[in-house]
Ligand binder design. Structure first.
Ligand SMILES: N[C@@H](CCC(=O)N[C@@H](CS)C(=O)NCC(=O)O)C(=O)O
Length: 106
């Protein structure tokens, strides 16, 4: 099933790109510019927020970098990117900590 990644260089899409590369599955990339391209009706049909990153996997659409990362890890267990059940609490904690905050340093 095809994977299509919507991103912009030097954006939070880089986190998703890292996951896609670790996954090792083929994917297509659509690079969007800020402004008109990201706010177009065509792209808003994928992400109503008009932001990157977004992932289209067949009929499934996932936005939000944490959600996309978790989706990819679960979609392809053979890649070993999601932990075993006894490690899931820490996995969720640090997945959402790291991807929810731009800066977490005190
Ligand atoms: N909560 C979103 C944030 C996405 C986001 O803010 N993306 C920025 C690029 S780093 C964007 O697309 N900005 C374009 C805009 O707001 O017009 C996520 O985690 O993926």
């Amino acid at each position: 099933m095809s994977l299509v990644f919507y991103t912009k260089p030097m954006s939070q899409g880089s986190i998703v790109r890292w996951m896609l590369e670790e996954l090792g599955e083929p994917y297509d990339t659509n690079v969007l510019d800020y402004g008109d391209a990201m706010k177009s009706p065509d792209y808003r049909a994928i992400n109503p927020m008009g932001k990157v990153a977004a992932l289209v996997h067949g009929e499934a659409v996932v936005t939000e970098k944490a959600a996309i990362s978790a989706y990819l890890a679960d979609m392809c267990p053979k890649a070993g990117l999601a932990p075993r059940s006894n490690e899931r609490a820490a996995y969720h904690r640090w997945m959402y900590f790291g991807r929810a905050c731009g800066s977490n340093y005190e």
